[in-house]
Design a protein around this ligand. Structure first.
Ligand code: PMT
Length: 225
């Protein structure tokens, strides 16, 4: 890949799921495999960028030449992002961050009671990582989010772009099992504040990642010039 696209850029990427503990043996998580985020990290590095990949628990090896920081929960992911974001030129939030976590993590295994047929666990909102970056007032990098949607795809994606102060959003139709979560292929539509700027038909995630990184480097350059 032409190194000139990414040379000199520092890119921070989140990938994979977050895992929110309920007790020592149980948790809330989701089906993100990390394949999309890892493919983006690999493509960014191949274009010559310096890449930091902040990853939830996944079964993948870090792409060559990429600095990988392992985290578990959304709060840990936010802290890791804050450690690396100040010097970043581009931030890409590809992780499937849990929107909620348990208000308290039980230090011992939660037991069933004889009397109650229901169990209530109070969930509290997690911080929104990509929105925290999008709303930075100084040293704000070019900020790219993903939108995993099952319905009202375009409207929800554009609403997230605006609400989270993003420069670009990549829409994933996760109602289609052949693409999105845990699949080897993806198909995405990309928006910026002026509307749809690209659509990439179903292809292996590494191919989609190359198209996306080329678009992101070009757009970040245009914005900075
Ligand atoms: O990992 P794979 O199996 O390859 O699957 C890839 C993918 C489907 C996970 C990926 O392509 C994708 O769509 N990632 C975003 C998943 C998601 O959580 O989407 P969302 O619409 O709920 O969130 C919107 C954006 O806000 C995302 O950039 C997300 O990273 C970010 N977010 C969400 C919640 C939160 N608390 N903090 C965040 O930063």
């Amino acid at each position: 890949l032409p190194k000139a696209f990414g040379a000199g850029y520092k890119v921070v990427i989140t990938a994979g799921p977050t895992v929110e503990d309920l007790d020592p043996v149980r948790f809330i998580s989701n089906n993100s495999s990390g394949k999309m985020g890892y493919a983006i990290a690999q493509a960014a590095a191949a274009f010559g960028a310096e890449v930091t990949l902040i990853s939830g628990p996944v079964n993948l090896d870090a792409p060559k030449g990429v600095r990988r920081i392992d985290v578990k929960s959304a709060v840990q992911m936010l802290h890791a992002v804050e450690d690396y974001i100040k010097s970043a030129d581009i931030f890409i939030g590809c992780a499937a961050v849990a929107d909620f976590r348990a208000e308290t993590i039980s230090p011992v295994k939660i037991k069933k009671s004889e009397e109650a047929d229901t169990l209530t666990i109070k969930l509290v909102k997690n911080p929104d990582i990509v929105a925290t970056v999008g709303k930075l007032e100084s040293n704000r990098p070019f900020t790219v989010g993903f939108a995993a949607e099952t319905n009202n795809l375009h409207d929800f994606a554009r609403a997230k772009l605006e609400k989270k102060h993003l420069d670009m959003i990549v829409l994933n139709d996760v109602s289609n099992k052949a693409i999105g979560f845990n699949s080897d292929d993806n198909e995405v539509t990309v928006f910026d504040k002026d509307g749809q700027i690209a659509h990439f038909e179903k292809q292996p995630k590494p191919v989609i990642a190359q198209y996306l990184m080329e678009l992101i480097f070009k757009s970040a350059k245009k914005k900075n010039s």
